[in-house]
Design a protein around this ligand. Structure first.
Ligand SMILES: N[C@@H](CCC(=O)N[C@@H](CS)C(=O)NCC(=O)O)C(=O)O
Length: 208
């Protein structure tokens, strides 16, 4: 059986958990705090980040985007990529935007932990978050984001939206983007989303 090294707040790990659940692939969930010295992550990923999908032979597959690609190749049904090349590009573009928002939020989160956070750095990251959200808002409609059925774009966008509420609660994105808020609420009703609601972790070691 596969093992997934995951963290409860991680939007990157949540994408993979949702994909595994949607594809009906059994896996053992190993929850860790990736920022603590005790994490097993470095044993499987030279970049020392989770999520890592550990294969039965002990090989680690890492980087959430690559894990999703790997799963799509090894477990093609049900497909999470859309059908046409144009739709696949549209879905991947949404994934790029969503991951970029997450990356900026992570940078903001740790900058805030510093004794003297840089206002310039925080403003730069906040611009990326707000710009990414505007780009997502341009792509949202009444139903699924791409191709008329649930897939990669919904996983990527849905996970970043809920993550913002966990890690960047002072940013009232639902007020700024009501159509994204409606989409998030719809997605969170899916069993794969309901089973993976992000929960903050207590980081006790010094990180920055
Ligand atoms: N681009 C990576 C980002 C993964 C990531 O940043 N994971 C965080 C947890 S949310 C982590 O493990 N950080 C530990 C570290 O950077 O040392 C992916 O999509 O998998």
């Amino acid at each position: 059986m596969y093992k997934l090294i995951s963290a409860t707040p991680s939007p990157y790990a949540r994408k993979v958990r949702i994909a595994l659940l949607e594809k009906g692939i059994p896996f053992e969930l190993q929850t860790e705090v990736p920022w603590h010295g005790t994490t097993a992550t470095p044993a499987y990923n030279p970049l020392e980040k989770l999520p890592v999908l550990v294969l039965p032979d002990g090989t680690g597959v890492y980087e959430s985007r690559f894990i999703l690609e790997w799963l799509e190749v090894k477990h093609p049904e049900p497909r999470l990529l859309p059908d046409t090349p144009e739709e696949i590009l549209a879905a991947r573009q949404i994934e790029v935007i969503a991951d970029g928002i997450c990356d900026a939020v992570v940078l903001l989160f740790f900058e805030r932990m510093r004794a003297a956070p840089s206002a310039e750095w925080m403003a730069r990251q906040r611009r990326k978050v707000e710009g990414g959200m505007r780009a997502l808002a341009e792509r949202v409609g009444e139903g699924f984001l791409v191709g008329g059925r649930f897939g990669l774009a919904d996983i990527a966008a849905g996970t970043v939206l809920r993550y913002l509420s966990v890690r960047f609660a002072e940013y009232d994105w639902p007020a700024a983007h009501p159509a994204l808020a409606a989409m998030s609420a719809r997605l969170e009703l899916r069993p794969s989303f309901a089973a993976t609601v992000p929960v903050p972790q207590n980081i006790t070691e010094k990180i920055v």
